[in-house]
Structures are given as structure tokens and as C-alpha cells.
Design a protein. Structure first.
Length: 171
């Protein structure tokens, strides 16, 4: 089932998500819904809070070298924790909760992350580049943050002005 993606400045996006304690059918349904929602919105990553569920869950499905978004490469991460970060990279990010806005964000280039899969089995992933960007972007959502909070003061002011204008136009 496709769920509604909440968008900035919805206050729910500021919620600090809680750990999942039970790996049951309800969790699997949520993960399946998140995947369907992300794919239908043409996204590559989604956190549960973006569908108004304040749990430490994220999914990532980045296109491979052939530019195919293969479901076999889908990452489903429950209660993830970044245990190591190093290096620096700048990547132009977008977010399904801030549709139509893209900006360069500086993040670590190389990370190690620990998480559980949908069956409660512990996983460790070491990654860099674009996938590391996606992990860090989605992990921020779990902390109640959105990528625009990383903008400089001037860029943030410009964003807020443009976003307000866009929301008024929509009404
Ligand atoms: C690198 C940078 C950021 C991430 C986080 C995940 N972000 C997304 O999946 C963003 C998707 C997105 C899709 C949009 O829709 C289309 O392009 C058709 C979009 O544009 C609009 O909604 C108008 C904006 C964002 C991972 C890796
Ligand atoms: Co996002």
C-alpha cells in the first residue's frame, strides 16, 4: 500500500524516532509499504518518519552501474547506528519530504553502519560515496532532522523564502 509522504515543514519530521522492539508481520508490512511508496515517488531512500511512523527504520535502493534500481539490492535497516565515519564528500541531495529542492551537502565519504534486517539479524555494512550519502541523509531523518538544516545561514534563508512562496501558490 502506498502511504502519504509528509513534507516540510510538517512538525512530525522533527520527531526523534524510537527503536523497533518486535520484528513481526506489522514491521514487514510497513517495510513493504515504504518500498512501494518510495518507488512510486521515484526516490532512492526513505525513513519511516517520512510516512509518519516514528520508528528507527530506513530503506535505501540506489541504482546500480546499469542505472537499474534492482529490488535485490534493497537495503532495509532497522535500528541502524553509524559506528565509524571518515573523509569528506559533497553531493547534491534531494528529499521526498522537500520535493523539488536540491542542494550540495557536505558529509563523510566513508562509513561503517550496524543495523538489523527485517528478521532481526544483525548486519554490518561498510560503504562510501553515493551510498554513504544516502545512509547519512536517512539517518538524519531518524534523529528528527531534514537535510536543509545543513545549509548555510544564507542558503537556508533563501530556501525558506522560496518554500513559503511555493506553499502559498499551492493553496
Ligand atoms: C543521495 C541524496 C539523497 C538521498 C536521500 C533520498 N532522496 C530521494 O530519494 C529523493 C528523491 C526525490 C525524487 C523526486 O522526484 C522525481 O525526481 C521525479 C523529487 O522531485 C520532486 O518531488 C519534484 C525530489 C526528490 C539519497 C542519495
Ligand atoms: Co529525506
Amino acid at each position: 500500500m502506498i502511504r502519504e509522504i509528509i513534507t516540510y515543514p510538517n512538525k512530525l519530521l522533527r520527531t526523534k524516532s524510537k527503536d523497533v522492539e518486535v520484528f513481526n508481520e506489522e514491521l514487514h508490512t510497513l517495510l513493504d509499504d515504504m518500498y512501494e511508496t518510495m518507488i512510486s515517488a521515484k526516490g532512492v531512500g526513505l525513513a519511516a518518519i517520512q510516512v509518519a511512523v516514528p520508528l528507527n527504520i530506513l530503506i535505501i535502493n540506489i541504482p546500480n552501474e546499469e542505472d537499474i534500481q534492482d529490488k535485490n539490492e534493497l537495503i532495509e535497516a532497522i535500528n541502524p547506528k553509524i559506528t565509524h565515519k571518515d573523509g569528506v564528500q559533497v553531493y547534491q541531495e534531494g528529499c521526498l519530504s522537500v520535493p523539488g529542492y536540491y542542494e550540495d551537502i557536505t558529509r563523510a565519504n566513508h562509513i561503517i553502519v550496524e543495523y538489523f534486517n527485517r528478521f532481526g539479524e544483525k548486519q554490518v555494512m561498510e560503504t562510501e560515496g553515493f551510498l554513504a550519502v544516502a545512509w547519512q541523509h536517512e539517518m538524519e531523518h531518524l534523529e528528527g532532522h531534514v537535510f536543509i538544516e545543513n545549509l548555510s545561514f544564507t542558503k537556508r534563508q533563501k530556501f525558506e523564502k522560496e518554500w513559503k512562496r511555493k506553499l502559498k501558490e499551492k493553496k
